[in-house]
Design a protein around this ligand. Structure first.
Ligand SMILES: Cc1cc2nc3c(=O)[nH]c(=O)nc-3n(C[C@H](O)[C@H](O)[C@H](O)COP(=O)(O)OP(=O)(O)OC[C@H]3O[C@@H](n4cnc5c(N)ncnc54)[C@H](O)[C@@H]3O)c2cc1C
Length: 397
């Protein structure tokens, strides 16, 4: 073995995994076919739990030094009522950011290197090497074989390691929403603004360099119609929110449109000699902007499990199965909530009644914002006890 750990992919799941394991003293090789800085298909809101992870890792100051605009308020405009609030703090952090991936991913790659990981950029992993006993032994790239005690795939939605090991998949979801985004200068926003209309969703958030990211979703069943005239449909959809359309009319579009749609899955994230972090192991529609935060928390969970195993505290199966169990317990309620939101169907009457009722008290609006930020479990917010409390307080108000 010439490495303890090989990580395939060095963006928001791979670099933190490599960094955290290198900080523990392991010999880590991270490989990415991309070079950094570089962009990727993704908007980039990171909620409080993700920002709290950056702070735990000592990287939050680096992010704030890039002058990315902090987001302290979230709003959800449903047309006839608006929920506006602030997330509950997570480890003392109650702010979100939407840093450009060109800046964020480079920062993470640099941190992995500083921690002692070897990061090879511009190198494609051509093959995952699997032994006759079914154990993943390493990878082949640039005609060279590299071996490790475990190969961690952080290689995104089209993971090559997944193709090689075919992990069990569950909770599968089809593509639900077709999202498109671009950037504007001269477009002021009040934090993260969301506008929900029947069959349409619009969001905007401030990022770097005086730019605002504006993203729009149509149901996936209408993707063909949307793509037939992206710009025309984008600007026509804005007219559903005249106040926003007016703001945009005074702003300037600074980038071409980018977009796409993704299906959802959970995968068993480990096996004999391999593990999956980030989208490779768990993917969902981007409507609630969980992917980067999930990638960070997954990197932490996986790195901790691998450390417990390599450090001799637990055997491999025990360490990795605990991480798997914890990951699923953390993400499944949000996965279901996200998939529901991504249908872009108007909320059913009982849900609309509940959401409208939250506007009676700031505390309830903050709680809904906290669900979206990941600071409060949807299971808790939508529990019978909480729903009863919100409805009773609203009718008493
Ligand atoms: C339209 C859209 C909008 C989104 N908006 C948000 C949002 O607002 N907030 C949020 O939190 N999340 C968002 N997401 C989700 C987020 O982008 C992903 O969850 C996140 O990028 C996953 O990170 P990752 O590191 O797992 O994979 P990726 O970011 O996909 O990185 C995988 C890396 O692996 C490398 N790689 C792959 N194969 C190989 C190989 N064979 N050899 C070498 N390198 C390889 C690639 O080059 C790439 O750099 C959005 C996604 C989409 C599609």
């Amino acid at each position: 073995m010439n490495h303890d750990v090989i990580v395939i992919g060095a963006r928001v799941a791979g670099s933190p995994t490599a960094m955290l394991l290198a900080r523990k003293g392991y010999r880590v090789l991270a490989i990415d076919r991309a070079t950094f800085p570089s962009d990727t298909l993704s908007t980039h809101v990171i909620h409080a739990p993700g920002i709290a992870a950056l702070r735990r890792w000592g990287l939050l100051d680096r992010l704030t030094e890039t002058r990315c605009v902090p987001i302290t308020t979230y709003s959800f405009d449903f047309g006839t009522f608006t929920i506006r609030g602030t997330t509950r703090p997570v480890d003392g952090v109650d702010v979100a950011y939407a840093p450009r991936r060109t800046i964020l991913d480079k920062m993470l790659v640099d941190a992995a290197r500083e921690a002692g990981a070897e990061v090879r950029e511009g190198v494609n992993v051509d093959e995952v090497v699997v032994g006759s006993d079914g154990r993943v032994q390493g990878v082949r790239c640039d005609g060279t074989a590299e071996s490790a005690r475990v190969v961690i795939a952080a290689d995104g939605r089209n993971s090559g390691l997944v193709k090689a090991v075919r992990p069990a998949e569950y909770h599968l979801k089809p593509r639900l929403q077709y999202g498109y985004y671009t950037y504007f200068s001269g477009l002021p926003t009040d934090g993260l603004e969301n506008f929900i209309r029947p069959g349409r969703g619009i969001g905007c958030a401030p990022t770097h360099d005086g730019l605002t990211m504006l993203v729009m979703g149509w149901p996936y069943t209408e993707a063909r119609a949307f793509k037939a005239d992206v710009a025309g449909n984008f600007y026509a959809t804005l007219e559903l929110v005249p106040e926003l359309a007016d703001r945009v009319s005074r702003a300037r579009q600074e980038a071409p449109f980018r977009g796409g749609a993704v299906p959802g899955w959970l995968r068993r994230p480990y096996g004999h000699g391999w593990a999956l972090v980030g989208d490779a192991g768990y993917n969902k529609d981007p409507i609630t902007a969980q992917g980067i935060t999930d990638a960070f928390l997954d990197a932490e969970g996986c790195a901790e499990a691998v450390d417990r195993w390599l450090g001799g505290q637990l055997d491999y199966e025990e360490a990795m199965s605990r991480w798997h169990r914890d990951r699923d317990a953390r993400v499944v309620p949000m996965y279901e909530f996200t998939s529901q939101m991504a249908t872009l169907n108007p909320p059913p009457p009982e849900l609309e009644q509940l959401l409208r009722a939250t506007t009676s008290h700031r505390e309830f609006m903050d709680a809904f914002v906290s669900v979206v930020s990941g600071a409060l479990s949807p299971a808790e917010f939508f529990s019978d006890t909480n729903v009863g409390r919100v409805l009773a307080a609203s009718s008493a108000a």
